[in-house]
Design a protein around this ligand. Structure first.
Ligand code: ADP
Length: 481
């Protein structure tokens, strides 16, 4: 792993500096379970300093830039990211334990987000509104001001792209608190932003613990918008903090996303999506498809085809670039094992294989395919955040909808069928922020608004929609007689 910045510093006001606490946190390589260095343990004082730097940026060069100038800077940052794809992929792969080619895709996605939001920055427009005689009325889209971004460890680069990318495009000044488990790519991103010439304070990155730096950022009275991606429990706290300061909040909290496979589906086309959407990033994906709903007539066939696919899955070190890498931590592995302990061998249809040379200290779990449990079983209802998928049979459309919508979550869903009418009905009836017809995930879909309903959260990131979320609408009513 090739690093060109000091991992023990915070990036505040355009400069690398030691955290005021002067404390650090150890970081680990999940593939080996061994320490690979230290990061800053940013605290409330560092967050104060970062928020002050962001406010100063809004009053200074950053706040005076035109939308086109901001867009040009983001596009330049995107090009710098593009030139560093391999280095960023290495960093993310080592830090998150993500198979190298999956980490490379994340780096490419980050560059694409910056390209997209760079191009979009000067295309967000207001409206003129027909009104009473003697008035001209129009709307302006303005930045919130300082935006706080608290992100998780599973897809740091992609989440930075969609969240910080959109917030900067609208002219906000960002304070980013990456996850303590994996924040190296956020630090690399900060340095690339410095190299791109982003004005001081437009982006500040303060690593640290959730209950310290994260809590301080979410409670800070000068932060005018919060975006959070992570667990439901912490999401509740962030929303409470936002309520206290009366600021808007975007929450993306995960899911239990179903793929619904009807008996007229093209199973050859569906199979790779059914499996990959469950095991990508070792299932540690908010939009992982952890439930596969299959119509009765093809249930046995699909079970055996998925089981055969699982037989071929290999698990090992991120650098080996197999199908599945380690989980992020010993704690996460324990959580997933706890879920698996709720079932017995009869219900395990198939498992992947941990390769022999997988390092002994890594947090590996063989992907596990489960069948024969009821839809209200915890394994079929709760988010596991590991490489575990459950297959559930259904009779007809009504039954499929009942099971698919039967959890607290609603992030994404898919329907596999050749029947156009059924596709349209299912798209309407499935409770989710995104519905995919005969695909899953739309290859990441930078342009496609993303977010959940229910316990999956609220607000939308990605696409143009995110730009509306990261701005405030002002109505100007001019009376001129
Ligand atoms: P996970 O359980 O997957 O690690 P979390 O929701 O705990 O997900 O973490 C997501 C992000 O939220 C991380 O950056 C973490 O540091 C942060 N976080 C955790 N606890 C808090 C908190 N009390 N206040 C603010 N941020 C927090």
């Amino acid at each position: 792993m090739q690093l060109w910045f000091d991992t023990e510093e915070v990036f505040v006001g355009g400069r690398w500096q030691l955290p005021l606490s002067d404390e650090k946190l150890p970081i680990e390589d999940p593939s080996t379970g061994t320490g690979i260095g230290f990061i800053a343990r940013g605290g409330a004082a560092d967050i104060d300093r970062a928020v002050a730097a962001a406010e100063a940026a809004l009053d200074g060069e950053w706040g005076r830039m035109t939308a086109a100038e901001r867009g040009r800077l983001l596009a330049k940052l995107g090009r710098l990211v593009s030139e560093k794809i391999e280095a960023l992929a290495q960093i993310e792969s080592t830090d998150v334990g993500k198979p190298l080619s999956q980490a490379r895709n994340d780096a490419i996605a980050l560059a694409r987000y910056l390209e997209f939001y760079g191009g979009a920055a000067d295309k967000v427009m207001g409206e003129t509104i027909p009104f009473n005689q003697g008035f001209t009325v129009y709307t302006l889209r303005e930045p919130h001001g300082v935006t706080g971004h608290i992100i998780p460890w599973n897809y740091p680069m992609q989440i930075i792209g969609r969240s910080v990318g959109a917030a900067l495009a609208m002219g906000n000044a960002c304070v980013l608190k990456p996850a303590e488990e994996a924040c190296l790519s956020a630090l690399a991103f900060a340095d690339l932003a410095r190299q791109a010439g982003l004005p001081d304070g437009a982006l500040n990155v303060v690593p640290g613990l959730g209950e310290e730096a994260g809590a301080a950022l979410s409670a800070h009275p000068s932060v005018r918008h919060l975006s959070f991606t992570g667990s439901v429990g912490v999401g509740r706290m962030i929303q409470a903090a936002a309520a206290n300061n009366i600021v808007p909040v975007t929450l993306e909290l995960g899911g239990k996303s179903p793929q619904v496979v009807f008996d007229d589906a093209d199973l050859d086309a569906a199979l790779p999506f059914l499996v990959n959407a469950g095991i990508q990033n070792a299932g540690q994906t908010c939009s992982a498809s952890s439930r596969i709903l299959v119509q009765e007539g093809i249930y046995d066939e699909l079970c055996s085809r998925m089981a055969a696919a699982y037989d071929g899955l290999t698990v090992g070190a991120a650098s080996a670039d197999l199908h599945v890498g380690p989980l992020i931590s010993a704690r996460q592995k324990e959580i997933v094992e706890g879920f698996l302990a709720q079932t017995d061998a009869n219900h395990i249809l198939s498992r992947g294989r941990i390769v022999e040379d997988a390092p002994a200290g890594g947090h590996y779990i063989a992907p596990t395919l489960i069948s024969g449990i009821a839809p209200d079983h915890s394994l079929a209802r709760d988010e596991i955040f590991g490489p575990v998928q459950v297959i559930l049979p259904f009779r007809d459309e009504d039954h499929a909808v009942e099971i698919a919508n039967g959890t607290d979550y609603g992030l994404v869903a898919s329907c596999w069928s050749r029947d156009g009418g059924r596709q349209m009905r299912m798209a309407k009836r499935l409770k989710a922020g995104q519905v995919f017809l005969n695909n899953y995930g739309a290859a990441g879909g930078v342009e496609l608004p993303f977010g959940g309903i229910g316990h999956s959260g609220h607000g939308r990131e990605k696409g143009f929609e995110a730009l509306y979320g990261f701005s405030v609408l002002k109505t100007v009513a001019a009376y001129h007689g």
